[in-house]
Design a protein around this ligand. Structure first.
Ligand SMILES: Nc1ncnc2c1ncn2[C@@H]1O[C@H](COP(=O)(O)OP(=O)(O)O)[C@@H](O)[C@H]1O
Ligand SMILES: [Mg+2]
Length: 444
C-alpha cells in the first residue's frame, strides 16, 4: 500500500480466534507438547510428539513414515528429532544402512553396533523374549510362530518367490527341531545355522509328524536351506548366524545398527530385516516404554515383498508395546514396483499407511504424486504442492490434518546432519560434543 492510499485499520485477534476468522488459511496447530520441528509456513512454530497427540486423540497410532526424494532432508529430520526428543528422556533404536548416525551416537556417548561380514558382532534374529510372552505352551507357540514368520519371510526374499506348502511345513519342522537342539545345548534361542542344519538333516520325529520320509522332507526344504545358507556360510556370513554377541551395550539412550558395510549388497533388504527382527525382540527385552524405532532407507526392506510383509505385521505388534516406529522411504511406489501380484502390494502399502498416521512428505516427482497421492490422502492442491517443495520443507499429514512445515536446523546441529560434507571428508572431531563412553561392546 502506498503512503497516499486509504488507511485500513489492522485487524487484531488472538491466534485462537484467527483460525476461526480465517478457517481455510490458519490452522490452530498441534499444541505445544513435544519437540520443536521448525516453522509452520502459515505461521507459528510446529511442535510434534506422537505420544502427546495419541493421548489427545489426534492420531490413533504413533508411527510415522517419511517420504521424499534423495537429499531433501529426511534423515536430517530424523536425526534432529531424536536428538531433541532426548531432552524428554526418550530413547531410540536405529537401523542405519548408510552408516550416517555415527555423529548422533557419539554425541549421546555410544558407539554404533557395526555389522559387517566376518565382523566381531553377531545378532541372532531368532532371539525372542519368552519370559515376556508368558509361561506355558501357548507362549511357546507364539514364539515359534514369530520365528516361522521371520524365517519364511527371509526365505521368500532370498528365493524371490512365494513358498509352497511343503516348504512352509519344512521350515516349521526345522524350527521346532532347532529349538529343541538349542534347549538341549542351554542356548536361549535357536540360530540360523541350526535351522539350516535341521532343514538339511531332518529328524525322524519331524518326518513322522508330517507323515512323510526324511528323504522327502529334506527335498521339501532343500531350496530354502540352500538360500538361507548364504547367511550362514556364504558371502553374508558372520552377522546373523550365531548367538547374539554378549555384553552388547543396549542400556544406552541410543542403539544404532550400522549396516553400511553391506549397503551395496543386493541382499540389503534381507539383512535389514534380520537386524530389525533382532532389534524388535531386544527392545522388548529391555522393558522400556516409549522407544522410537527408526528404519532409515526402509525402501530396501519394502521393495522386497517377503520382508515387507513381515515388517508390516511387526509394526502392528510393536504398537502394543508403546514403540513409535519411523520408516524413511523415497517413494510409496517402492512398494508397488516389486513386480508380482499388484493387489497384494497395494494392500501392503495401504496397511503400512493405515498403521502410520503421521506422514511426512518431502518433494516428490509429479509422476509419483499422480500414482500415490490418493493412497497418501493428498488433496489436489497438496499434490501440486509436494512437487515444488525445496530442501527441508515437507507436508505433514497428522491424522486428518495437514501442515506445511519448514524443518529448521539449529546452528549447533549441522554436525549432526551434514551428509553432503560426509561425502567430501570426515567431520571435524572438535565439532562433536564431548563423549562419555563410546564402545558398542562392553569390555566386561
Ligand atoms: N532443514 C534443513 N536446512 C538446511 N539444510 C538441510 C536441512 N535438511 C537437510 N539439510 C542438509 O541437506 C543434506 C541432505 O540431507 P539428508 O537428510 O541427508 O537427505 P535425505 O535423507 O533426504 O537424502 C544434508 O547435508 C543436510 O545437512
Ligand atoms: Mg537419508
Amino acid at each position: 500500500m502506498t503512503a497516499r492510499g486509504p488507511r485500513v485499520p489492522a485487524h487484531v485477534a488472538t491466534t485462537r480466534h484467527l483460525c476461526a476468522a480465517y478457517p481455510l488459511v490458519s490452522e490452530a496447530g498441534l499444541g505445544h507438547q513435544g519437540v520443536l520441528i521448525g516453522r509452520d509456513v502459515l505461521g507459528g512454530s510446529f511442535v510434534y510428539d506422537p505420544y502427546a497427540l495419541y493421548q489427545k486423540g489426534v492420531i490413533t497410532n504413533p508411527n510415522m513414515v517419511v517420504f521424499g526424494q534423495i537429499g531433501r532432508g529426511k534423515s536430517s529430520l530424523v536425526k534432529t528429532y531424536l536428538w531433541r526428543q532426548a531432552v524428554f528422556g526418550r530413547h531410540a533404536w536405529v537401523v542405519d544402512p548408510k552408516g550416517e548416525y555415527g555423529p548422533l551416537a557419539r554425541a549421546w556417548g555410544v558407539a554404533p553396533v557395526a555389522l559387517r561380514p566376518g565382523g566381531v558382532v553377531r545378532l541372532n534374529p531368532l532371539d525372542t523374549v519368552e519370559e515376556l510372552a508368558g509361561p506355558g505352551l501357548e507362549a511357546r507357540d507364539g514364539v515359534q510362530r514369530r520365528r516361522v514368520a521371520l524365517t519364511s519371510s527371509l526365505a521368500v526374499a532370498c528365493l524371490g518367490r512365494d513358498l509352497v506348502p511343503r516348504e512352509r511345513a519344512a521350515i516349521d519342522a526345522a524350527l521346532s527341531e532347532a529349538a529343541d537342539r538349542a534347549r538341549v545345548a542351554s542356548m536361549p534361542a535357536p540360530t540360523l545355522p541350526q535351522v539350516v542344519e535341521a532343514l538339511l538333516a531332518p529328524g525322524i520325529d519331524a518326518s513322522q509328524a508330517l507323515r512323510t520320509t526324511r528323504a522327502e522332507l529334506l527335498e521339501d526344504g532343500r531350496d530354502v536351506a540352500l538360500e538361507l545358507r548364504r547367511l550362514v556360510h556364504g558371502d553374508l556370513c558372520g552377522m546373523f548366524d550365531g548367538p547374539t554377541t554378549e555384553r552388547l551395550r543396549l542400556d544406552g539412550p541410543l542403539v544404532v545398527l550400522d549396516l553400511s558395510a553391506v549397503y551395496h549388497s543386493p541382499a540389503l533388504g534381507v539383512l535389514m530385516a534380520c537386524a530389525a527382527a533382532w532389534l524388535q525382540s531386544a527392545v522388548r527385552s529391555q522393558h522400556r516404554h516409549r522407544i522410537i524405532v527408526v528404519v532409515d532407507e526402509a525402501w530396501a526392506i519394502l521393495s522386497n515383498l517377503g520382508v515387507a510383509r513381515w515388517l508390516q505385521t511387526s509394526w502392528k505388534m510393536s504398537r502394543a508395546n508403546g514403540v513409535a516406529n519411523m520408516a524413511v522411504l523415497h517413494r510409496l511406489s517402492d512398494l508397488q514396483s516389486v513386480g508380482t501380484e499388484g493387489s497384494e502390494q497395494v494392500t501392503l502399502a495401504e496397511g503400512l499407511l493405515a498403521d502410520s498416521e503421521t506422514r511426512v512428505v518431502y518433494a516428490q516427482s509429479p509422476g509419483e504424486v499422480a500414482r500415490t497421492g490418493e493412497l497418501l490422502g493428498l488433496t489436489d492442491t497438496e499434490a501440486d504442492l509436494v512437487t515444488q517443495l525445496r530442501r527441508g520443507m515437507a507436508l505433514w499429514k497428522v491424522g486428518r490434518r495437514s501442515f506445511l512445515v519448514e524443518h529448521r536446523l539449529a546452528s549447533g546441529e549441522h554436525w549432526l546432519t551434514d551428509t553432503d560434507q560426509a561425502m567430501i571428508d570426515e567431520p571435524a572431531g572438535d565439532q562433536l560434543p564431548a563423549v562419555a563412553h563410546a564402545d558398542s561392546v562392553d569390555p566386561g
